[in-house]
Design a protein around this ligand. Structure first.
Ligand code: 1HN
Length: 350
């Protein structure tokens, strides 16, 4: 009897679900634990992209389509666990961009914030609001949301960098606007390096003065390798590495001492040869680039071999251990600052 009643109830519930569907109504109790998991259960997977094959494919694309024609000639690094999203994590995007000698990538601006981390080449530029940042290997260059930007390569060699954007974040808020300038390059507003000189040395032009020309919340956009690498070496020479991070330095926005941009945090690390980090996990899924050295990343049981210019992704709340086979220098970016502002960020160090 009880069984018949239970079967009847199950059948009636199924009937109810079927009737709800065309009305765009859905029973919460069937999905509640997936909507509010006990702990983060990212669909993103740990993964590593070796540089050489990506580079070969990108150069092949370079034979077939110009930067101008493509607007941006980029291969997206899509997380194998997030197909169709163009995301490398659930909140962030990564792509590898090629600019060949003589090419330009036309000027545009959009709500999405972007960083460029140079992997190969020397002397091409990203212009931000009409000011060129001349780029060298492992420089970090920002194009914060809303700022005009174009790229050009007047050097004799291909230039390749990693683009990191907050595309999935902006998409989650349905807050994306974009605009083309209608010219390949923004008119030059000021000489290259002007912003770095004015805002890049713990100084700034007096507020409101004519010399204070950059947007107040986001003045700086170039963090040269020569500077961050020297700081990292000085840190490493001065003491022991943090057991969970190694020697680590975060890039700052001098306007407020916070993360480089509203939605993206970035840092660099040095792990001395033979060093192995203690296990750590954090809610900010993180994209890493190997700047120098060899080693291994163990991500929740998956082993990723690391060589120079390998790009790898550690999804939210997956435990990470890093092993340095030789002195290992890493660049990393994540949505940590977004999560901190939303009171979501958590980390656990074992
Ligand atoms: C973008 O503006 C760039 O400016 C690169 O180089 C990649 C991917 C999606 C949307 C905008 C760039 C991009 C992008």
């Amino acid at each position: 009897m009880a069984e018949i009643l239970a079967n009847d109830r199950a059948a009636q519930l199924d009937g109810l679900y079927a009737e709800l569907k065309p009305h765009n109504l859905y029973p919460l109790w069937t999905v509640l634990s997936a909507l509010v998991p006990r702990e983060p259960a990212s669909g993103a997977l740990p993964f590593a992209w070796d540089y050489a094959p990506m580079r070969d494919y990108l150069l092949r694309a370079g034979d077939l389509i110009s930067a101008e024609e493509a607007e941006r000639r980029v291969l997206i690094l899509e997380n194998p666990g997030l197909p169709g999203t163009s995301g490398i994590t659930t909140s962030l995007y990564a792509g590898l961009q090629l600019i060949l000698p003589g090419e330009v990538a036309p000027c545009h601006r959009h709500a999405q914030s972007a960083l460029r981390f140079v992997l190969e080449g020397e002397g091409a530029f990203t212009a931000v609001d009409g000011e060129k940042a001349v780029m060298h290997p492992f420089d970090l260059v920002l194009t914060p949301g809303g700022q005009w930007h174009d790229h050009g390569n007047h050097s004799g060699k291909p230039m390749i960098w990693l683009d990191g954007l907050d595309i999935p974040t902006v998409r989650a808020f349905d807050a994306g606007f974009a605009e083309k300038l209608g010219a390949s390059a923004h008119p030059e507003t000021v000489a290259p390096g002007d912003t770095l000189a004015r805002y890049g040395h713990n100084l700034r032009p007096m507020k409101g003065s004519a010399a204070d020309r950059r947007p107040a919340h986001q003045p700086l956009f170039h963090y040269p390798y020569s500077q961050w690498r020297a700081s990292l070496d000085a840190l490493a020479a001065a003491g022991d590495p943090d057991p969970h991070l190694g020697h680590a330095l975060e890039f700052l926005n001098p306007a407020d001492g916070g993360a480089i941009m509203a939605t993206i945090s970035a840092h660099v690390r040095l792990l001395p040869a033979g060093f192995e980090t203690r296990p750590r996990r954090s809610t900010d899924g993180t994209i890493f680039v190997v700047v120098e050295g060899k080693g291994e990343a163990e991500v929740a049981g998956t082993s990723l071999p690391l060589a120079e210019r390998t790009v790898f992704v550690v999804p939210s709340w997956r435990e990470l251990r890093l092993r340095a086979g030789s002195d290992l220098v890493l660049f990393a970016y994540s949505d940590r600052t977004s999560q901190e502002k939303l009171n979501l960020f958590k980390e656990h160090c074992a």
